[in-house]
Structures are given as structure tokens and as C-alpha cells.
Write a protein that binds this ligand. Structure first.
Ligand code: DAK
Length: 263
């Protein structure tokens, strides 16, 4: 186990799964310090060889109610213009973790909090979850990927309705529109997120990373470019030990029995 320095964001690793825990009561508002610590924790989890998957969790009561409005209120246009690119880095750093990631959502996931969840591969929500992009009620729009990732996940019309209105979506509606992947009792959210990652621990890490990159880069580009990305990543896996192990195991023992090394 290890911990990053700032106490508002901790990184712990157990049995191949890293947990990035947000801990800034009462609402886990994402001030600049939390955003920076979150980006650092994501980078560390992405690099560590003892990590096969990552959970982002805000504890049993709340995921995160968004960027710290009290901090943002004091900012000028030039403050924001100077810092908005580096501010976006916290969701970018999460999205670029080359391993499966899950947002384990209890309570509110609003604004920047919803954007953190959108930057993960999967979202598990408690029945008490409320998700939304209420920035419009503050006279702004989502700034950490919400206009882009929400539209890609639930479609442009639904994303527009949610972002224009700023309304909150409960867990059942979120499941129905594909905003979350699973709904469980709030106290079971963390365990469900772990269960979702368990199949990938001891998996072929480079192949999983290649699949994630091919899909994430592919949805940004035209089909021909996406197919080329896939072709190159596919070929690159022939440099891995796990490709040899996987095919030899199939030939000798049939499908699904390979013991991968993550190499
Ligand atoms: N920031 C600061 N404080 C917050 C907060 C927030 N986002 N959310 C809640 N709090 C504080 C409240 O002010 C209150 O503080 P005290 O009065 O006790 O000092 C305390 O948390 C408890 O909140 P409430 O009393 O309001 O509790 P309720 O249960 O009645 O309501 C609520 C909970 C979450 C529904 C409500 O607090 C609420 O609507 N909060 C604001 C949600 C929101 O609007 N979120 C979006 C924020 S804007 C960017 C990157 C990211 C962003 C922008 C740019 N760049 C890269 C450029 C992101 C923007 C946002 O997320």
C-alpha cells in the first residue's frame, strides 16, 4: 500500500486494484489542490505495475459536488484563460490511465464531479446517486470535458437537455440513458466497483491497454483512421510475452486457460 501526499486525495493499492479516494467534506468540492492531487494520483496509478485497474471513490455519502464554486467565484477571465488548460488536466489524466477504471458513485456527482465519472471507463452508482451538469445555473458551461464526454456517452440530444437545464438525474434514469452501467445499494457501490475490475487483474495488461486506446482514439476519428489505429496497436501486441502465452495456451489447453504475466 502507498499514499500520495495530499490528504484530500489518497491512492491506495490492494490486490492489484488502486483506489483514488476523494476526501474533502462535506461535498468533496474539487478545488485547485484536489484537482492537482487527482491528476497526480491518476498518473501514478497509470504507471504502477502493481495496478491493474483503478476505482475513483468519494466515500459512502457523496462522490463530488463539482468544482469549488467559492474558489471559482473570485476568478477573473484572465485567471481562467491562463489556467483552464491545466485545470482540464485532471479529467484528461484520468481518461488516459491505460487500465480499466470505474467511478464508484454515491450521492451527488455534479459538474466537475460528473466529469470525473465521465472520464472513467465504467460507472457504478448507488440508488441514492444524483448526477448532473448544473453549471448552466451558475451562468457557465461544463469545463472539464462534460460537453464532449457526456454527448459521446448518452448522445447529443440528451446531453443538450441535461446541460441546458442543469437538472439532476437519479440512478434509475442514469442507468436507462447509459450514463451509468450498474445500480446497486449505496453501501455496495465500492464492492461492486471492485467486482467489476476483478476479472482484469492478472489479465494481459498490454492487450487491455491497447483495446482501451484503440476504442478511445477511434471514436475521435473517421473509420479509416480508426482502423489504422487498430491495425498498428494489434500488430504491436506481437511484441508481448502475453501474446505468446495466450496463443500457446490455446493450442495446448484450449480457450480461456492462459496464465498471463502482464508483460
Ligand atoms: N463548491 C463549493 N461548495 C459547495 C459546493 C461546490 N460545488 N457544493 C456544495 N458546497 C457547500 C455548500 O456551500 C455548503 O457549504 P456551507 O454553507 O455549509 O459552508 C455545503 O457544501 C453543503 O451544501 P448544501 O448546504 O447546499 O447541501 P444540500 O444538501 O442542501 O445540497 C447540493 C447539496 C450538492 C445539491 C448543493 O450544495 C449544490 O447544488 N451544490 C452545487 C453543485 C454545482 O453547481 N456543481 C457544479 C459546480 S461548477 C474547469 C473544470 C471544471 C469545472 C469548470 C471549469 N476548467 C478546466 C476550465 C467545473 C465546474 C463545476 O463543477
Amino acid at each position: 500500500m502507498s499514499e500520495t501526499a495530499p490528504s484530500t486525495v489518497s491512492l491506495t493499492v490492494e490486490s492489484g486494484i488502486a483506489t483514488i479516494l476523494l476526501d474533502r467534506p462535506p461535498m468533496n468540492a474539487l478545488n485547485a489542490q484536489v484537482q492537482g492531487a487527482l491528476a497526480a494520483a491518476a498518473a501514478e496509478a497509470g504507471q504502477r505495475h502493481d495496478v491493474s485497474g483503478v476505482i475513483v471513490y468519494g466515500g459512502e455519502k457523496v462522490f463530488a459536488a463539482g468544482a469549488d464554486i467559492k474558489e471559482m467565484e473570485a476568478m477573473s477571465y484572465t485567471d481562467m484563460a491562463d489556467h483552464s488548460r491545466s485545470l482540464q488536466d485532471f479529467t484528461r489524466a484520468l481518461a488516459r490511465i491505460p487500465k480499466p477504471t470505474v467511478a464508484a458513485i454515491t450521492g451527488y456527482a455534479l459538474g466537475g464531479g460528473c466529469e470525473v465519472a465521465l472520464a472513467c471507463d465504467f460507472r457504478v452508482a448507488g440508488r441514492n446517486a444524483k448526477l448532473g451538469q448544473p453549471e448552466i445555473l451558475l451562468g457557465i458551461i461544463p469545463g472539464a470535458g462534460g460537453t464532449q464526454r457526456l454527448a459521446r456517452l448518452v448522445g447529443p440530444a440528451r446531453a443538450k437537455e441535461l446541460i441546458f437545464s442543469g437538472r439532476f438525474v437519479d440512478a434509475q434514469e442514469a442507468l436507462a440513458i447509459g450514463l451509468v452501467d450498474e445500480v446497486v445499494e449505496a453501501e455496495d457501490v465500492y464492492a461492486a466497483a471492485k467486482a467489476r475490475l476483478a476479472p482484469y487483474v492478472d489479465g494481459p495488461a498490454y492487450a487491455i491497454a491497447a483495446a482501451k486506446e484503440a476504442i478511445d482514439r477511434g471514436v475521435e476519428v473517421d473509420l479509416e483512421t480508426g482502423l489504422e489505429i487498430e491495425r498498428m496497436l494489434f500488430s504491436s501486441l506481437f511484441a508481448t510475452k502475453d501474446r505468446e502465452i495466450g496463443m500457446r495456451s490455446f493450442v495446448e489447453n484450449g480457450p480461456g486457460n492462459a496464465k498471463f504475466q502482464g508483460a
